[in-house]
Design a protein around this ligand. Structure first.
Ligand SMILES: NC(=O)c1ccc[n+]([C@@H]2O[C@H](COP(=O)([O-])OP(=O)(O)OC[C@H]3O[C@@H](n4cnc5c(N)ncnc54)[C@H](O)[C@@H]3O)[C@@H](O)[C@H]2O)c1
Length: 446
């Protein structure tokens, strides 16, 4: 009796390319967070059926009700896609075989010792390996160090008995979403893709080309991983540079904002970066450490990363020290004073307060004996080391009764003129008050 022969190499790729071209490929998205949910919507909008996997039951239930918990995705956009059956969410990983493409967008945090914590990527890889079938494409979108897809994911996935490139395809395509950015969305932001081999690259490129205006291919998954970590390191280093200039300007009695804005008038050779109370979010404070850790394997010290981390991490303490100086000048002590922090999100007009420097400032002020409160319409409640705090309403009384208002995030919803008119003193770490009339010289800039 003749045995059924396994299909020749590339036939799986051909079949998948056809499904991608005629939009019949089912797309599985693992991790329905800041990255995964907008991605699911983008794919469903062009007609792909999307199955969203998340281990959080409440998130899955919200998606299936058509309710979005991510600022960049409107429920009005999500609900019709759910109603048409184009997006469905589940916690049931045994549905993996239904997918033709599996996109992984789970967190990649750091451990307490600032080393990569790949537990989520590994957990998803193990789940996928249990159900992997020939002809599927797995694409990792989480930010990580070069080598993760090939050295960590591939061996776990191959425990399924299937081989990458021959029976399934494996790629890395870093997500570049900039939460809150109205001009650059997933669709019009160039997307970098690298595969663990040529067939993986070909199918991954075809997949992303269906929804993204311009796909940039690189020669390996490792290169794609380094592209993303380099981009975030570039930001971290340049932000650290302007933060260092801000610290120097403070000593010299110069206005760093004036200096930078004049420097930015040079039409070439300079790029705007702004100082602030520190860096936050899931990317800039974390990703460079992924590279730093990996470089050690090559006995290579990434000195810029270490220095940038040091400068950026020093900013919250500088803010507290300068707040103390401001209070001293009006004869008040930090201890026993009332300080209102404006902004918990790590940047303007977004709801993400993960790793936000405002959290550290809040905590340091508390430890110094300050009666500290905060206001942020995007972050009504925050958690610091297991304790939850509620923000206060931005009432005239809340502003007037504070000894000092510290602007840590320049949300556009706040009337800064009104704050300056009412507050006894304002410490502005973002230059949010640049258009404000300050006759009584109440504002002190970073
Ligand atoms: N947030 C951003 O702006 C941004 C931008 C670019 C890249 N990234 C990268 O994208 C990745 C995801 O970040 P995010 O901000 O979307 O994270 P997130 O925390 O918003 O979402 C992650 C989701 O994954 C789910 N999850 C965790 N473990 C899981 C598992 N084993 N199986 C299924 N679901 C699981 C969580 O419940 C959560 O819903 C990270 O690597 C991050 O660095 C984030």
């Amino acid at each position: 009796m003749s045995q059924v022969e396994s299909p020749p190499m590339n036939s799986h790729a051909d079949a998948l390319l056809t499904k991608i071209a005629n939009t019949t490929a089912v797309v599985g998205v693992f991790g329905l967070g800041y990255v995964g949910l907008p991605f699911a919507v983008e794919k469903a909008k062009v007609g792909f059926k999307v199955l969203g996997f998340d281990r959080s039951e409440p998130r899955v239930a919200e998606v299936n009700r058509g309710e979005s918990y991510i600022l960049d995705v409107a429920s009005e956009e999500l609900k019709p896609l759910v109603d048409q059956g184009l997006i469905h969410a589940t916690t049931d990983f045994s549905r993996i075989p239904e997918c033709d493409v599996i996109v992984v967008a789970v967190p990649t945090p750091l451990t307490k010792n600032l080393t990569p914590d790949l537990q989520y990527v590994e957990a998803v890889s193990r789940e996928v390996a249990k159900y992997l079938r020939p002809g599927q494409l797995v694409s990792l979108e989480s930010t990580t160090y070069p080598g993760t897809t090939r050295e960590v994911m591939q061996p776990i996935l191959e425990q399924s008995g299937l081989q990458a490139e021959n029976e399934f395809f494996l790629a890395h395509s870093p997500e570049r979403v900039d939460p809150g950015n109205q001009r650059y969305t997933t669709k019009n932001t160039n997307k970098v893709v690298g595969g663990v081999g040529p067939d993986s690259l070909q199918v991954a490129e075809a997949f992303y080309q269906r929804t993204i205006d311009h796909v940039v291919t690189v020669s390996s998954a490792d290169a794609a991983e380094l592209v993303k970590v380099f981009e975030n390191t570039f930001r971290a280093v340049n932000i650290a540079l302007v933060n260092e200039i801000a610290l120097l300007c403070d000593k010299m009695g110069l206005n760093v904002w004036e200096v930078l804005s004049a420097a930015h008038t040079k039409p070439f050779g300079i790029m705007p970066f702004f100082p602030g109370p520190g860096v936050g979010g899931h990317c800039i404070p974390l990703d460079p450490h992924y590279l730093e850790w990996k470089a050690r394997e090559y006995n290579f010290a990434t000195r810029f990363i270490a220095l940038a981390g040091e400068v950026n991490r020093s900013m919250p303490r500088f803010v507290v020290e300068k707040a103390q100086r401001i209070l001293n000048e009006s004869g008040k002590a930090l201890h026993g004073s009332k300080i209102l922090i404006l902004g918990m999100a790590y940047k303007r007009d977004i709801a993400d307060w993960r790793e936000s420097p405002s959290l550290e400032i809040f905590e340091m002020l508390q430890h110094a004996g300050v009666e500290v409160t905060y206001h942020d319409i995007f972050a009504p409640e925050i958690e610091i080391h297991g304790t939850w705090y509620k923000g206060v309403d931005l009432t005239d009384e809340a502003v007037k009764s504070s000894d000092l208002v510290i602007i840590t995030t320049d949300h556009t919803s706040v009337d800064y003129q009104h704050i300056v008119d009412l507050a006894p003193a304002v410490f502005d770490t973002r230059n949010a008050t640049k258009s404000v009339t300050d006759e009584n010289k109440k504002v002190v800039l970073l």
